[in-house]
Design a protein around this ligand. Structure first.
Ligand code: SF4
Length: 95
């Protein structure tokens, strides 16, 4: 009988690899962000791509999981969201 240890989310993500494109696949309109009081991207992005610095939203696309959450939850529609060009971005590795 084999006993499998349950995987944690961190273990699964650590097995994934990223082929980061030079061009961001997500663009954020910072002028629209300034109007947003809630800034849900800073606490709902599972990859932590959005951070707050002195009240301003900083975005980095390199660790993006391509889940689409930020595109859906942005109340100002400040996010121009696309998948990375073919073959780029995250490569999920299950198993
Ligand atoms: S698509 Fe998902 S992982 Fe990528 S930046 Fe948006 S919320 Fe974060």
């Amino acid at each position: 009988m084999s006993a499998h240890k349950p995987l944690k989310l961190e273990d699964i993500l650590n097995s994934d690899i990223w082929d980061v494109d030079y061009e961001p696949h997500i663009k954020v309109d910072s002028r629209k962000c300034e109007k947003c009081d809630v800034k849900p991207c800073t606490y709902l992005c599972p990859a932590g791509c959005y951070t707050l610095l002195e009240g301003r939203v900083l975005f980095s696309y390199e660790g993006c999981l391509e889940c689409g959450t930020c595109r859906v939850i942005c109340p100002e529609e400040a996010i121009d969201w696309n998948y990375p060009v073919s073959g780029r971005g995250i490569h999920y590795r299950f198993g």
